[in-house]
Design a protein around this ligand. Sequence first.
Ligand code: NAD
Length: 365
Amino acid sequence: MFEVKNIEEVNLTENPVIAQMSKYNHEQLLFCNDNETGLKAIIAVHNTVLGPALGGTRMWMYNNETEALNDVLRLSRGMTYKNSISGLNLGGGKAVIIGDSRSMKSEALFRRFGKFVNSLGGKYITAEDVGISPIDMTWVSMETNHVVGLPGKSGDPSPVTAHGTYVGMKACAKEQFGSDSLAGKKVAVQGVGHVGEYLVSSLAKEGAEIFISDIHEPTLKRVAETYGAKVVGLDEIYDIDMDIYAPCALGATVNDETLSRLKCSIIAGAANNQLKQEDIHGRAVMEKGMIYAPDFALNAGGVINCYSEVKGLAPEWAMGKAEEIYTTIQNIVKRSQSENVPTYQIANKMAEERIEAMGKVKLPL
Ligand code: NAD
């Protein structure tokens, strides 16, 4: 049975690492050290019931090993849920390299890391994440084939992520307004970077009334002029009259403070970890009558794009698969309403149910 163990059942003081793995049922951790290159990394394989564990490598100056361990455990588990809810035959994993991404990178360090990835024999497939560039991944790929998102392969995932976000937003509109048309709907897009701009483009084509904010003035101006969007202030975005709030920049923007100001009836954006505290703010959103599209289900286009590279599928496949996010979000919202349970909890349950069911399929005959 795939389940999250209660923390009280494990003794964290006697055996802290395995106890933490046991808390969320992680399969394997690989601690990597190499004094010659300065590599210090942790690879976490959370769950491989659905397939090899896929998740990016993050390079970050953690304050201590505990911070790095917590991050890799949390992020790898998140990938299991994202890959499962997206209907991919992939498990969840993640890697963290402890160090300053501005000063500690070298070909040797990444090739050494690639050897560690390779030692897992394909159980973990890596990709870019925060602090990692395409050239770093090219070095990793010199030592292992278990890497995706390389230059010249599946390419920038942002259009696929934006498309999934857009169709998922339409699914929310169908449930909330009775029609999935976004024509005339007021949509506020926070952050018009890679994903945000593609989203704005789709919204503009459909005739939505678009409001945008961004800290980068030249981008803001260009996107506003190109798509006829209205510019709003960085903080003002929480107060404007809107139907849909689409966070596409930062996490934790759905919190006590913003919820007392937001007047939208749908929250659907690409940013990761939008709910500041899942249990509190996921429920608060529901009690306000808003629909929240769980971020990890809505922004799965990026991992769908990676999967197309793993399987050698054409780029059009990824766009087609991202279309399925419409149905996924619709199912989550309908079930949330019938069970009176917040959408993020339903999405977690659906991800767990698929792992449990597919685990049975894979049992030996
Ligand atoms: P990006 O860096 O290209 O764009 C983010 C934009 O947000 C930038 O233009 C930045 O200036 C702006 N921004 C930063 N702080 C802001 C603030 N306080 N208010 C308004 N704007 C602000 O990133 P991206 O690739 O477009 O990703 C956007 C979000 O979606 C991120 O949270 C990312 O983790 C998530 N995401 C992206 C993908 C993908 O395929 N790129 C996949 C899954 C999730």
